[in-house]
Ligand binder design. Structure first.
Ligand SMILES: Cc1cc2nc3c(=O)[nH]c(=O)nc-3n(C[C@H](O)[C@H](O)[C@H](O)COP(=O)(O)O)c2cc1C
Length: 435
């Protein structure tokens, strides 16, 4: 039995300038070849990635917030609610962003939307991602959240869901730079002293890139940082993220930090992304689904320590149980256990025999049923190497992005898109999730 998860506190480290020596060639570097640079539980992809040198990386400055290590939990609908943020925070340090909260639902006082935006006093800094396509609503929501005590606001301009882009929302907004600027300006004003960041995709498609314009707007309108999910909306979650685009954005955006996002599956990927692109921090999405200890590993490698050994199945199940209890405490038994079902598949991914119990796991209604299903597995099994880089959450093929009729013919227009059907209703966030 090993003890991989002794959680050391992480204070701000030295803030030496980081050498940005490597070219922004993303995935092309560090070809797999196992050398002694990394422990055996790091994949061949990262085996020769050099450890962080003292002072190589700096704390991320988002307005007055200092984030060390420079790691941000990606906003993920149905995932980054308070229970999961609490669990991730227990392992690591960084900034943990809420799932996307729709302005319409929030401003109308929709009960579920308010619950998803909710937090507890132990959460600090508290970070919320907003979705708004209308400047007035963006400003009102930012003001209301700032008044309620949030420490950081993010805005999602990368949503690729057809229902959203078809009406001109989500990733269709950056196609109209004046509209994007108006929404961001109103939100920054509403947020007041609270730092506001934006998160975008590369564009709608390779033919319609928007991220460099978005970077300029972020700087001009007073954003505290810009995050780039380095895929186009058309790509959805397919293919590999284009880290070169993150490097290009970093070389263009001078006055605010640039956060890189896409394909951080192992902590050592963060080292490669930071070095390859020169970005100021990393946003970690699917890699932490069923692996909240990834934040412990990120904190270790960014401080120059070796990647801790991943948990074996017994330890994974203890974390899974903790997660279930947190969800039940926050959402109640029925909703908590319903949410837990997808987590079970992520936590047990790759372990021998997990497919045989999946049937039972997707039906669990109580903690007892959960424990009974898990008891059929071999608890001494080590964390499977093939699960390290296995895609979790969302994958899938490219899809043509639907835009409103005439949207591209009027890119200088700044009229907000029409409201979506069902916008503001309960569960709307889940329907339009993604970014
Ligand atoms: C289940 C799920 C829900 C998501 N919901 C949101 C969201 O609400 N807001 C957002 O900006 N991005 C959302 N995303 C996109 C992620 O924030 C992130 O940009 C994307 O997964 C790429 O990062 P990764 O390769 O590390 O996963 C979601 C992704 C997943 C998998």
């Amino acid at each position: 039995m090993h003890a991989p998860h002794d959680h050391a506190p992480h204070g701000p480290s030295s803030c030496e300038p980081s050498p940005r020596a490597e070219a922004a060639n993303g995935h092309a570097q560090d070809e797999p070849s196992r050398t002694a640079a990394q422990p055996a539980w790091v994949s061949a992809r990262n085996a020769s990635t050099k450890s962080a040198a003292p002072g190589e990386f700096r704390a991320l400055a988002i307005g007055s917030l200092r984030v060390w290590p420079p790691v941000v939990l990606a906003p993920m609908a149905g995932v980054t609610n308070y229970p999961f943020r609490k669990l991730c925070r227990r392992f690591g340090a960084g900034l943990y962003v809420s799932e996307m909260i729709s302005a319409k639902g929030y401003l109308r006082g929709n009960r579920l939307t308010r619950l998803l935006a909710d937090s507890r006093p132990d959460e600090t800094p508290r970070s919320v991602q907003m979705y708004a396509a209308d400047p007035t609503e963006a400003g009102e929501m930012a003001r209301s959240l700032a008044d309620s005590g949030v420490d950081h606001l993010d805005m999602n301009f990368g949503c690729p869901v057809p229902k959203v882009t078809r009406s001109g929302g989500g990733s269709a907004i950056p196609l109209k730079p004046r509209l994007l600027a108006n929404i961001v300006r109103a939100a920054v004003k509403g947020a007041g002293q609270v730092p506001l960041t934006i998160k975008v995709r590369k564009g709608v498609s390779d033919e319609l890139p928007t991220f460099l314009d978005a970077g300029r707007i972020a700087e001009e309108e007073g954003c505290a940082a810009i995050g780039l999910h380095a895929r186009t909306a058309q790509q959805l979650y397919s293919g590999t993220a284009d880290w070169d685009a993150i490097g290009a954005l970093k070389s263009r955006v001078r006055s605010v930090p640039v956060l890189g996002n896409g394909d951080i599956w192992e902590a050592t990927d963060a080292l490669r992304m930071l070095r390859a692109t020169g970005c100021d921090g990393v946003i970690v999405g699917r890699g932490c689904l069923g692996r909240p200890w990834l934040f412990l590993e990120l904190a270790a490698v960014l401080e120059g320590r070796p990647t801790p050994r991943p948990p074996n199945l017994r330890e994974v199940c203890a974390i899974l149980d903790e997660h279930a209890r947190l969800l039940i405490e926050f959402f109640g038994l029925e909703m908590g256990m319903r949410q837990m079902r997808k987590w079970c598949a992520w936590y047990t991914k790759g372990f021998r025999g997990s497919s045989a119990v999946r049937e039972a796991l997707v039906r669990v209604e109580t903690l007892e049923q959960l424990h009974a299903a898990l008891a059929r597995l071999d608890m001494d099994e080590e964390f499977p190497m093939n699960a390290l880089r296995a895609i979790r959450g969302k994958a899938g093929a490219q899809k043509q992005v639907a835009l409103p009729h005439g949207w591209l013919a009027s890119r200088d227009d700044d009229a907000p898109p029409c409201a979506l059907e069902g916008e503001g209703d309960a569960g709307f966030e889940d329907e339009i999730s993604g970014g």
